[in-house]
Design a protein around this ligand. Structure first.
Ligand code: UT7
Length: 323
């Protein structure tokens, strides 16, 4: 059987880092409130020359380098974003051009903070059905461009960044779990649109719009949905929480990470936390946190890793992979 195996990862952040204290000079907030309610200490904000595609391209180059692969060997680029450079074409095609790839499949996936889980599930399916042998899966965002900087309830929570994984289709023995993506599970519940959305778009207002969130209600859904989808994914993979070496969650709020780990009976020391450094980078947060934990030596080859996320839609999902 064919499995999609992660061969390398990479990530990128804008040059400018903004601490809570710096933000508090412009917004009616405090370092104390932000740290206590979210665990966030700083975020990176793109400058005029930095866009979703430039960050995505940097992350993709690092993933290719880590895997020892050349750009022209890529058959498929799946890029998750809610903040594309332009309404169209897909930001994935800008990354393709920037990497100098003459021909491949390239498209974007829109599932907001769950975007990377949707993207990796789609890439996994396409690789397993023979669409190609090598995929670049990217999560990249410049959420700073869609924040309402007058709304202290949301603008302190997000940051910009990108993360990428290079994934190869490899033949493994039937039922073998020694490497690759073992299971994925996705959900959406469009009835909850009003909890987290952007109040603009090409077809409705002809503007980009600003992010709107009912944070407390999203929080409640997040803890329940994430624990449920992690259990579903473990079941699909035939695993128990004791088999898991690392959980790489979407980085929205340190309190959500703690509550989810507790609900599943997972050791909090096995949860990769980067929300303090990057804030919520939406679709970028899972591959960004994964790359940080690979590069600092926490995630090792052979480790069983769970990825999970929840975001606007509402959407949520998880994946189990042997690195
Ligand atoms: O990535 C997609 C998924 N997103 C999430 O998972 C986000 C989930 N939600 C959350 O993380 C939390 O709900 C927040 C961090 C957004 C908010 O925390 P909370 O504990 O739910 O606070 P709250 O919104 O209920 O606000 C509590 C108080 C309010 O004041 P009053 O009405 O109690 O006087 C707010 O006005 O905190 C006030 N407040 C702030 N104060 C200082 C809200 N934002 C700020 C701020 N600085 N930035």
């Amino acid at each position: 059987m064919i499995r999609s195996v992660v061969k390398g990862s990479g990530s990128a952040l804008p040059k400018t880092c903004v601490s809570n204290a710096e933000l508090a000079q412009k917004v009616d907030t405090s370092d104390e409130w932000i740290v206590e309610r979210t665990g966030i200490r700083q975020r990176y904000i793109a400058d005029a020359g930095e866009t979703t595609s430039t960050l995505a391209t940097q992350a993709a180059k690092k993933a290719l380098e880590a895997a020892g692969a050349s750009a022209d060997s890529v058959d498929l680029i799946v890029l998750a974003t809610a903040t594309p450079d332009e309404t169209f074409p897909a930001t994935a095609t800008k990354v393709q051009a920037a990497l100098g790839i003459k021909d491949c499949v390239a498209f974007d996936v829109a599932a907001v903070c769950t975007g990377f889980l949707y993207a990796i599930s789609v890439a996994d399916s396409l690789l397993r059905t023979g669409m190609g042998k090598r995929a670049l899966v990217i999560g990249a965002e410049t959420f700073s461009r869609i924040l309402d900087w007058e709304d202290r309830g949301t603008c302190v929570l997000f940051g910009d960044g990108a993360g990428a994984m290079l994934i190869d289709a490899e033949e493994v023995a039937e039922g073998e779990q020694d490497r690759g993506i073992i299971a994925t599970k996705l959900h959406a519940a469009g009835e909850h649109h009003d909890l987290l959305y952007v109040d603009g778009g090409p077809s409705s207002t002809q503007t980009v719009g600003h992010l709107r969130m009912r944070g407390r209600e999203v929080f409640r859904h997040a803890v329940t949905n994430l624990a449920e989808v992690l259990n579903e994914t473990l079941d699909l993979a035939g695993l128990t929480p004791a088999d898991v070496d690392w959980v790489v969650p979407h980085q929205a709020n340190a309190r959500i990470l703690d509550a989810t780990a507790k609900k599943l009976g997972l050791d909090p020391a096995k949860v990769v936390v980067t929300v303090d450094q990057h804030a919520n980078t939406s679709a970028a947060s899972v591959p960004l946190a994964f790359d940080v934990a690979v590069r600092d030596g926490r995630i090792q080859r052979g480790d069983m890793v769970l990825l999970e996320a929840m975001g606007g839609g509402l959407t949520w999902g998880a994946a189990a992979l042997r690195y």
